[in-house]
Design a protein around this ligand. Structure first.
Ligand code: E4P
Length: 221
């Protein structure tokens, strides 16, 4: 499973890249706003670090297919790694189809049902992003959506990749891998949590303490 960071923070992206675990990045208008950054230069900066797919979202209104296509073509020209994020509406399908015919990769965002994912794949989306954490927030089991989309895409051999999004904790990532998601995108905090284990901490503390005791013992002998 590929690991993407869901952030527009350059330090976080650089850190994950340096660890050798970063395959790509997803951004959204909220994440860019949080960083107080200009959209285009920030997307280009992210692309230059990552060396993999970086999702950047169109912001035309949800009924404005032509606006989405125009913006999508513009955004796609910013950097070879850019993937254009298109919201999951009927006009979005038209934009996905048009962008795909121009060779532009797309990520369908705000997917909350298997039927939406199926239609996005048929329209030519490169990725679909089921937002499972937001479903969990309203007492639906978000992982069931990911599982269902994976099954449907396998049944019909769609090339569209399932990008598990809106992940809130490490178990989401592990379960996304178990059900066969192609990609998991997560906040940096969740990536950190994935590596954390109390037994690793206590085990290392013991090893270092015993190593120091050994040095003292040898020094005295
Ligand atoms: C994915 O591309 C989205 O940016 C993201 O995962 C949304 O997550 P949230 O529900 O935590 O805002």
């Amino acid at each position: 499973m590929k690991i993407f960071l869901d952030t527009a923070n350059l330090d976080e992206i650089q850190t994950a890249y340096d660890w050798g675990v970063l395959d790509g990045v997803t951004t959204n208008p909220t994440l860019v706003y949080r960083e107080g950054a200009q959209f285009k230069p920030r997307v280009i900066d992210i692309c230059n670090i990552v060396g993999g797919p970086v999702s950047a979202e169109v912001t035309a209104s949800q009924d404005d297919a032509e606006g989405m296509i125009r913006q999508g073509l513009d955004i796609a020209g910013w950097h070879e790694h850019v993937v254009v994020k298109v919201p999951c509406f009927p006009a979005g399908l038209k934009a996905i189809k048009a962008l795909a015919s121009e060779g532009v990769r797309t990520n369908t965002t705000l997917v909350f049902s298997p039927a939406q994912a199926l239609l996005a794949a048929k329209a030519g989306a490169t990725y679909v992003s089921p937002f499972l954490g937001r479903l969990d927030d309203i007492q639906h089991v978000g992982m069931d959506l990911v599982r269902s989309i994976v099954m449907i895409f396998e049944n019909y051999a769609y090339e569209c990749q399932v990008l598990a999004a809106s992940l809130r904790h490490p178990l989401h990532v592990v379960e996304a891998a178990e059900v066969g998601a192609d990609v998991a995108t997560m906040p940096f905090k969740v990536l950190l949590q994935l590596m954390k284990h109390p037994l690793t901490d206590s085990g290392q503390e013991r090893f270092l303490s015993d190593w120091n005791k050994l040095q003292e013992q040898l020094a005295k002998s």
